[in-house]
Design a protein around this ligand. Sequence first.
Ligand code: ATP
Length: 586
Amino acid sequence: MFSDLWPLLRPYRWQILLAFCLLSLASAILLLVPWAFRDLIDQGFGTGTAAAQNAQDINRHFVFICGLVIVWALIVACRYYIVSWIGERVTADLRSLVYERVLTQSPQFFETLQTGEVLSRLTADTTLIQTVVGSSISLGLRSLFQFIGGMIMLAVTSWYLFSLNLGLMLLLTLPIMLIGRSVKTLSRESQDRIADSSAMAGEILNAMPTVQSFTQEPREQQRFRHSVETSFKAAVRRIRVRAFLAAFVIAGISAAIIFVLWLGAHQVTQGELSGGELASFILYAALVAGSVSTIAEVWGDIMRAAGAAERLLELLNSKPAIRDPSTPVLPSSTDMASIKFDNVSFYYPAKPDQPALDHISLEINAGETVALVGPSGAGKTTLFQLLLRFYDIFEGSISINGLDIRNLSLDTLRGMIAIVPQDPVIFSANALENIRYGRPDASDEEIKHAAQAAQAHAFIERLPQGYDTFLGERGTRLSGGQRQRIAIARAMLKNAPILLLDEATSALDAESETLVQQGLASAMHGRTTLVIAHRLATIQNADRVVVLEHGRIVETGTPNELRRQSGLYSRLAKLQLDIHPDHAPQ
Ligand SMILES: Nc1ncnc2c1ncn2[C@@H]1O[C@H](COP(=O)(O)OP(=O)(O)OP(=O)(O)O)[C@@H](O)[C@H]1O
C-alpha cells in the first residue's frame, strides 16, 4: 500500500535521508542520558573519594547532561521542521496529482462518483496521510530507534533482565498487529461515511433554491444529521478498537517491565546488580515502555492512513475510459471541418439495454448548418456528446475531415469544436474572464467583439463594474438569457471550425433571440454548425433539418421540404409555427 505512495516520496529522498540521520542522532543522544546518570550515581556518589573531588565530578556530569539535552533539543527542532515540511509537501503533491487525474476522467466516471465524494478524498483523506508522513512516521521511527537502542542498552546493563523482558514483549506483538489490522478496515469505513455526508452536502448546497422553494430544509437537515451520525458511529467503532489497543499495549508492556524490575530489585539486594545499574535499567525500561506505547499509537495512525491511501489510490489508478490514441493523427487542416456519422450505435453505460442512438448515418459538409429536431430524449444531445468523444461508440465510426475521431488527440478534437450547452456554466470570475474561457490568450478587444456579436455587450456594460463585474458562483447574478449570451460569446471567441448549439437561445425573449440569431448567423458563417432546437422558428435558415426519434433518423431535408411532407416535422411545425403566424416561414 505505502509502496504505491513511494513515487510521491521519491523526489524528497534527500530530505527524508536527512530527517532519518537527525532522527538517529537525536535517539542516540537520548539514549546516552540514562548512561550518564548511571555514571553519576555509581561514580559521582562513589565512596572513598575526597568531598571536593566528588563535587567536581557531580558538576562535570551535570554539565555533560545539560550539553546533551541542549544538542538533543536543537536536533529535535530541525527534525521536526524537515519532517513536517515533507508531510506538507507530499500532501500538496498528492492533492494536485489526484485532482489532475480526476480532471482527465470521462463523464462516465462522474456518473458514479459524486463531486462531494471527490472533494472529501482530496481533503479528508490527504490530511490523514499528511498526519502520518508529517509526524506519525517520524514519531514512530524515533520510538522504534529508542525501542531498539533501549533494548540494546538494557541488554548491556543486565542480560538476564533484558532477555526476560524481550520474551514477554514478543508475546504481546501478535495481538497488537491483529488489532492494528482491524483499525485499518474500520478507518476505511469511517472515511467512506465522511465522504458520503460530504457528497450529500455538496449536492444539496448546489440545489439550495430548489430545496428552499419546496421547503425541504428540515428534511435535508434530518438527512444530513443522519449521515453525520452514521459516520460518527463508524468513527466510534474505530476509536473503540484503538482505545482497546492502547490499553492493551500499555497494560501489557508495563506489567512486563514491572515484573522484570521486581526481579531486578531482588538482584540489587543480593548484590548481583549495582544501584546505578538498576537506576539506568529503570530509565531504559521507561524509555522502552514509552516508545512501545507510541509505536502502538503510530501503528493505529498508519493503519488509519492506509485506509485513506487505499481510497486515494483508487482515484489515482483509475484509468479514464476515454484516452488519447497512442499515436494521434494530426489533421492536415483545422480551418474547415466536414463531419460524418457512419452507422453509429450507442448505449449509455447506465442503460446498456436501451440504445440512445441506433444506426445513425449522417454526413455534414464543411460550412453547412444542420438542425437536429425531435422529441425530448430522441438522442440529439447524445450526438454532441459523441462528437466531443465524451463516450466511445459501440458500432460504426465518427469522422471529421475523413479522420476517425478516435485517431485524433482529445486536445485536437475538442479544440476544433465550440459548444454552447443547454445549461451554460458561469464561473466565479468577472465577465471578461468568463468569456475568455473560450480562448485564454484572447485580448480584451477580441472578447468585447465576441460579446457584441453575441448581443451580450450591452447588458455587460450596464453591470455595476462593466466587464469587471464578478458574476458570482455559477452565475447566480445573471438571468438565464444573459448566461446563454455569455456562453455564446465564449463559443464565438473560441473560433473553432465546428459550432454546436444545444438550445442556445431557449432562455431568450423573442426580441433578444432575434438579435442573438443575427449574431449566431455571423458566427455560423463558414463554420460547420449543428443546432439543436425545439423552437422550429429558430432553424428556418438551416441548410438541412434532421429529425430524430428514439435514437433514429426519421426524416431529413430542408425546412420547407419537411413541412410539405406529412411526417413528424410537419406535425411539430403545425403545432408551433401555425399558431405563431409571425414566425411562419415565407
Ligand atoms: N448520462 C446518461 N446516462 C444514461 N442515459 C442517458 C444519459 N444521458 C442521456 N441519457 C438517455 O439517452 C436518451 C437520449 O438523451 P439525449 O439527452 O440525447 O436526448 P435529447 O434528444 O437531447 O433530449 P432533450 O431535447 O430533452 O435535451 C434519453 O433516453 C436519455 O434518458
